[in-house]
Design a protein around this ligand. Structure first.
Ligand code: ZN
Length: 288
């Protein structure tokens, strides 16, 4: 039973979703443990939506501790096909200013020690990940951003670092030399897991500050960053109100067939436990 077609994962400062009606709170149990927090399932202007704060309400989980597999799995079992992720980032490019928004088009993975696949222990799959974000969903985000008067950059490379400490100056300079546009700690492994779960995935990155490479960085105070963060959260909230009702029911992208040619394990060798564990992902490919 589909309970929500659109999922939203809120980042730092975004712990609820305005305008949600008929709200039900669910605590999904998953084979990958508990989710970051309860999921609020409701309706926003006629669209069934599920919302979860990535770090838990009260910001209890650091980026390494976020149970991304449980989170994405739980959204999958609710029927989510579009996953919109919101998060704060630092800018590695002069033209991307604090308070701007970015829908990244590329990722560089500098995380380690985070489980990044559903496919292990009895079943192997290799998804295509050349373009990690759904261009259609990101296009809808851009349209919504324009409608609410936000400045949004439609391309950019998001470097995902492990954290929780921020970069050194040498690292920041190196990431810039790699062509990274923004830096944060949360788009991975979410994006990989969303692709494995055949969901469209788009990330709304809101810039709080220039990273340490910038000559003006030493003038940045915690107060300033928190002020920017608060305003960014307000903009993200307005954007989501505009975006969610504009998402069409039908999908015309390849995201919904990401697993079609990706499962490497011969069907007779897939462990029964793996089949059972990944039933929400594998059911449609089950051969009788
Ligand atoms: Zn898509």
């Amino acid at each position: 039973m589909v309970e929500a077609r659109v999922g939203v994962i809120g980042g730092t400062g975004l712990y609820d979703l305005d305008g949600l009606w008929n709200v039900r709170e669910v605590w999904p149990e998953t084979p990958f443990g508990a989710t970051s927090d309860s999921i609020l399932v409701g309706e926003l202007q006629g669209v069934a939506v599920a919302f979860m704060p990535r770090h838990g309400r009260g910001h209890r989980l650091n980026p390494t501790e976020v149970p991304s597999r449980a989170n994405v799995y739980a959204f999958k079992t609710l029927g989510v096909e579009r996953l919109i992720s919101v998060g704060a980032v630092g800018s590695l490019a002069e033209q991307v200013r604090p308070m701007d928004l970015v829908t990244p088009t590329q990722l560089i993975d500098r995380t380690f020690g985070r489980p990044a696949t559903f496919f292990e222990d009895g079943v192997v799959a290799h998804i295509s990940f050349a373009d990690p974000f759904c261009p259609h969903l990101s296009g809808l985000v851009a349209t919504a951003a324009e409608a609410v008067g936000a400045t949004l950059h439609q391309t950019g490379t998001y470097l995902v670092m492990e954290g929780p400490a921020f970069s050194t100056r040498a690292e920041s300079a190196m990431y810039r030399s790699w062509g990274a546009t923004i830096i944060g700690m949360t788009a991975l492994p979410e994006a990989k897991l969303a692709r494995e779960a055949e969901m469209c995935y788009s990330f709304i990155a809101s810039v709080t500050d220039y990273d340490v490479w910038h000559p003006g960085h030493d003038d940045v105070t915690v107060d300033l960053i928190l002020g920017n963060l608060r305003q960014n959260v307000e903009v993200s909230k307005r954007l989501l109100q505009q975006l969610i009702p504009a998402i069409p029911k039908e999908r015309h992208c390849g995201c919904g067939a990401a697993l079609k040619d990706a499962i490497a394990t011969a069907p007779q060798y897939v462990k029964p436990e793996a089949k059972q564990r990944l039933a929400p992902l594998l059911q449609k490919y089950a051969r009788t």
